[in-house]
Design a protein around this ligand. Structure first.
Ligand code: LCS
Length: 398
């Protein structure tokens, strides 16, 4: 076992932050504890585990050693006291919001979020009597107005960089605003990862991820997690998670632990490639606008420089044309894979208006900056020249 040191740099934490392998055998690669249940020593031991007088494992929906290791690792990387692993990013968003919202309460969400998160606000939460209000988070006055008008507001929720527009939001200012009104501030840190941005350091209460993306990194896991204070994670577990059961499988926790070991070097490669591709797209005659926080022309550039240590691997760009041209471009790429999801080693490209963000009503989508001609590119870690060649030949069809 490894004694984790607070002062370690992030790349060391990514490898050792969970505290090392298996204490029982010395195995450096932690075993996949592929078990649903655990044998009690006797009936009193079982009773003690249930009434909290003994520590240990009961049932893998409640906890599992491989999943616990992933939780320690992601908490270490985000700089949080504790974490809860979940079966998906959507489960993470739902659990994070429901920890502080019950029927009759409301939350304020950024209007530019992943399409599934918008759908959660638009038609799932109302079924629980919880109202989600989506507004433009780039304007703090608009956010404050929404908080003041909301009935029993409890949570402020946002993504930065945002899916799919890459809009950058001011984490510190929004955390202060949320706290001024007594709200729990939750940030979806999926696009940045803890390698590039650690929102807890800017005062937010809770960070969540779709671990399906960069954390896993290889397109082979669907998973999520929530990181925060121990007191918050205890409430999330006891009030929502345990009895709704969006559990992470032990194999997935193991894949994520493996993915995290290379997250720092993968993010470096994603950032370098994305910067090159963004600079190439800026000068392409078929591209009208490139949204990449690394470009000095981007409205979020200065803010991104303050709160991120790199600009990430996601790019959005507007092509010359509309909905049909967007789809046409998708049909012309050869190396890039036309797919939803993001953060894989492979370059993935999608047309948000017809896929990931089709959950939005058209006018709401356009107000959120997700136009018909917007293309989202998850830049992989292939040779950037090959990605450029592919985009170049595909853009020629427009
Ligand atoms: N948060 C963000 C920022 C996301 O991009 C996604 C998924 C989620 C939460 C939900 O995570 P999941 O349940 O899928 O693990 N984003 C997707 C996307 O843009 N295309 O496909 C999924």
């Amino acid at each position: 076992m490894t004694k984790v040191k607070e002062h370690w740099r992030i790349a060391t934490k990514a490898i050792h932050g969970f505290g090392g392998g298996d204490a029982a055998t010395g195995a450096i690669s932690l075993p996949i504890y592929q078990t649903s249940t655990y044998q009690f020593r006797d009936s009193q031991h079982g009773a003690d585990l249930f009434n909290g007088e003994a520590d240990g494992y009961i049932y893998s929906r409640i906890s599992n050693p491989t999943v616990d290791a992933f939780q320690r690792e992601i908490a270490c990387l985000e700089g949080g006291e504790a974490a809860q692993a979940l079966g998906s990013g959507m489960a993470a968003s739902f659990n994070a919001i429901m920890t502080d919202c019950k029927s009759g309460d409301s939350y304020i969400s950024s209007e530019t979020v992943y399409g599934g998160t918008h759908a959660l606000t638009d038609h799932v939460m109302p079924r629980f009597g919880v109202t989600g209000i989506e507004v433009d988070f780039t304007d703090l006055n608009v956010v404050e107005d929404a908080i003041k008008k909301a009935k029993n507001p409890k949570v402020l929720f946002f993504e930065t960089p945002a899916n799919p527009t890459l809009a950058i939001l001011d984490i510190k200012a929004l955390a202060e605003l949320g706290h001024k009104h007594g709200l729990t501030v939750v940030v979806d840190n999926t696009f940045a990862t803890p390698i590039l941005q650690r929102p807890l350091e800017y005062g937010v209460d809770v960070v969540m991820h779709s671990a399906t993306k960069y954390i896993g990194g290889h397109g082979d896991v669907v998973a999520g997690c929530v990181v925060g204070k121990q007191e918050y994670i205890d409430r999330l577990r006891n009030d929502v998670y345990i009895d709704t059961g969006a559990t992470m499988a032990p194999l997935n926790a193991w894949l994520l632990l493996r993915g995290l070991k290379t997250l720092p070097i993968r993010m470096k490669a994603h950032c370098e490639n994305a910067m090159k591709i963004a600079q190439f797209l800026v000068f392409h005659p078929k591209v009208k606008v490139v949204h990449y926080p690394g470009l000095s022309s981007n409205t979020g550039h200065e803010l991104a420089k303050r709160q991120m240590s790199g600009f990430g691997g996601m790019i959005a760009f507007e092509i010359d044309g509309g909905f049909e041209e967007g789809k046409k471009l998708m049909d012309a790429v050869e190396l890039a894979k036309v797919a939803v999801s993001l953060g894989d080693c492979d370059t993935l490209v999608c047309h948000p208006a017809s896929t990931t963000h089709s959950t939005y009503e058209k006018t709401v989508r356009e107000k959120a900056g997700i136009k018909d001609n917007l293309i989202r590119l998850s830049v992989g870690i292939e040779d950037p020249a090959d990605i450029m060649d592919d985009l170049n030949q595909a853009l020629r069809v427009l």
